[in-house]
Design a protein around this ligand. Sequence first.
Ligand code: FMN
Length: 405
Amino acid sequence: MDKLDNYRLTLGKDLYIPIMLGGMGVNISNATLALEISRLGGIGHISDAMLPTVCDRELGTSYSKEKLNKYKYNVQNLDKSEIKFDLQEVYNAQKQYISSVMERKKGSGAIFVNVMEKLTMGDPIGSLKSRLDAALDAGVDGITLSAGVHMSSLGLIKDNKRFYDAKIGIIVSSDRALKVFLRSAKRVNRIPDYIVIEGPLAGGHLGFGEDYKEYKLESILEDVKNLLQLEGLQIPIIVAGGIFTGSDATKFIQLGANAVQVATRFVVSKECALPDNVKQKYFKAEKEDIVVNKLSPTGYLMRMLKSSPCMSGTLIPQCELFGYMLSKEGTCQYIEAYKKYLEKKSNEPISDKMCICTHFYNNTCYTCGENAYRLKETTSKNDDGTYKILNAKDIFNDYLYSASE
Ligand SMILES: Cc1cc2nc3c(=O)[nH]c(=O)nc-3n(C[C@H](O)[C@H](O)[C@H](O)COP(=O)(O)O)c2cc1C
């Protein structure tokens, strides 16, 4: 009988339990959850999505309020080109928040931060550099580059004194994407310390087009292994997307992965920041309640529960307060959808795009992995008919110790 506990993940000189908690923005993989995974010897990701706003909520700062005060005059205007983040403030918020997490870290695991390239914040390159530098300066153990190709990301931080000290990895969904990234990595002489391959069953945004059902994590793993062999590189591979049990995990280790990245099962853990009533919605989900759609203004497909309030609405864009999706030109796909809605003068709500900032802030987009409908199998019911919420430790140990053939 094989089990995940028979294996360890080696990154450089460090040894971890081969379980990585996937980054879940906005603050779904919160500090409490990530710190617990790290305490147990795994790698816990926090996410840096909307971090100034998260910092305000968690640490009582006022980064967002001050930004809103500065741009209040523009709230009714759909031209958002004047809205800019102060990059020093972005750096400060990111550093303050991540430092506060690192100060609380115990145990033999690690805290990594998931940094999304698609979080364009009105200045894609400038804001990315501020966030990456701040994460390194805050002493984070590792950075996982996500939601984008990250061709310029390593170059942006090549002069940071922790460039070689922190672990740096990337999430890809194909060998093709990895090949492109490796080319940019070689240019700055910084080969990634690990690669996360995210398959089509994952939660959050998908790195696939509408033909996502035609892909299998197993085959992408094979393609990536072949590419690394061809390039003469030995880089640990972490697989993600639909790994629901310990035996799913050991199956992938036997196929050549070095660890697993998991998320959906931890969404319903006690430590996760989502409200309990939302966790119950995840438990209650049936297979047909889980959909993949184009609502995200990032342009990526996203998987979520059909019952998510973000599926349609008429929210006025709140970029003066948030604005995390603004392009360099000061717009986002939701603003454009909102303009069309106003032009049409119909009462039909907007159902092709969502205001991702507001919905994630309000916990009204229930993104999940394809296997979310199986969450109910992992627990029992309370007397009132609700599902029992487990500790992250129980879920972690279930992955680690459940035996497989
Ligand atoms: C609620 C939720 C939010 C997520 N948010 C992000 C994110 O902000 N950035 C990211 O790279 N991946 C995100 N993901 C993907 C996970 O990090 C992970 O790779 C994937 O969901 C693993 O598959 P599983 O959920 O089937 O275990 C999210 C997943 C979930 C379930």
